[in-house]
Unconditional design. Structure first.
Length: 330
């Protein structure tokens, strides 16, 4: 009797006027254009063997997954941004733009996007890691000697900065719509996991919050950091900052593993509360979507599942253009 395959835990991300979903074999983005049409970006996955091996190693797999998601996600975000910009151009400007761009993405463009994605991720994590240290040291350096309390205040300052940043950007119309698509992504995944038929009416019944969200991961890094940093002592500000940078990969790795655990026990009474801090943060990073936005999310998910089924058979690989970065009209 053939062994049943393990159910796929689908994930995705919101993009400008659309949603990206990742399957086992392909990532698909669906974007709503200004004329109401939905277009797609379909990118078959081609993970290197060494990357797949790293994804099996606890602690290490978290860092690999984060960087990989940042790189792949940037391509889909750029596609949605280009589609949005293209919709704002006049016909004459569009013609000139196409002449300049030529056809497809060059290797140098892909490498450039990859480098920017990694650098942006690293810059953001380093700033959010070191800035709270400097602020806490400036405000409370001579207030007391208990380093755990200093670490706790550091975590509190980091959380305040994070919440203030998210609230501030959520006030802009574009980011608010991005957060609505984020909610639509969560709703579709929850509806699929519940076995519902994916219609806007069915999907809208589900919560915009989800345990596996990257927002939950961010919250976990703040909490884990407080306790991990407390295992080490420091003599001055520079040593303290150096420790934070050295321990950053460890914090990310542990947080990723804990996120997997909180998701696996979410149906167990009492233990489900472990994931609540991350869900609370999603109250800022998601908004209730419209039916039209849910339709785009459903279209992306269905297209991803359709291509995933085709690519599951080795003979079907040749039917799809590998590593195509050009929009496919849907």
């Amino acid at each position: 009797m053939p062994q049943q395959s393990k159910p796929v835990s689908y994930g995705g991300q919101a993009v400008i006027e659309g949603v990206m979903f990742g399957g086992k074999h392909v990532n698909v983005t669906a974007v709503r254009r200004k004329d109401g049409e939905i277009t797609y970006l379909e990118v078959p996955k081609q993970d290197k063997s060494w990357v797949m091996k790293l994804r099996r190693i606890p602690l290490v797999r978290g860092i690999v997954s984060i960087i990989d998601s940042s790189v792949k996600g940037s391509k889909h975000l750029n596609y949605s941004a280009d589609a949005y910009a293209d919709d704002e151009l006049e016909p004459e400007e569009k013609a000139k733009q196409k002449e300049k761009e030529g056809s497809g993405w060059s290797l140098s463009m892909i490498i450039g996007v990859t480098a920017v994605a990694i650098l942006s991720f690293l810059f953001g994590k380093i700033v959010l890691t070191l800035l709270p240290v400097v602020i806490e040291n400036f405000l409370f350096k001579n207030a007391f000697d208990n380093q755990f309390l200093h670490n706790l205040l550091e975590g509190g300052i980091k959380l305040i900065l994070l919440l203030a940043y998210l609230w501030l950007i959520s006030q802009t119309p574009m980011i608010k719509r991005l957060f609505q698509y984020h909610g639509a992504e969560h709703k579709v995944i929850s509806a699929h996991e519940a076995g519902e038929e994916l219609t806007p009416e069915n999907v809208q019944k589900y919560s915009r919050l989800h345990y596996r969200c990257g927002s939950s991961f961010i919250m976990l890094t703040v909490i884990i950091g407080v306790f991990l940093y407390s295992l080490f002592t420091y003599d001055n500000l520079w040593e303290r900052m150096g420790q934070r940078l050295i321990l950053l990969p460890v914090v990310l790795g542990i947080s990723f593993e804990l996120l997997k655990i909180t998701n696996s026990v979410r149906d167990i009474p009492l233990l489900r509360y472990l994931g609540y801090p991350g869900l609370w943060l999603q109250l800022l990073t998601t908004k209730e979507p419209t039916n039209e936005q849910v339709e785009v999310s459903i279209a992306s998910f269905n297209r991803m599942r359709e291509l995933d089924a085709k690519l599951a058979n080795a003979s079907a690989v040749s039917e799809i253009s590998v590593a195509s970065l050009d929009p496919v009209k849907g």
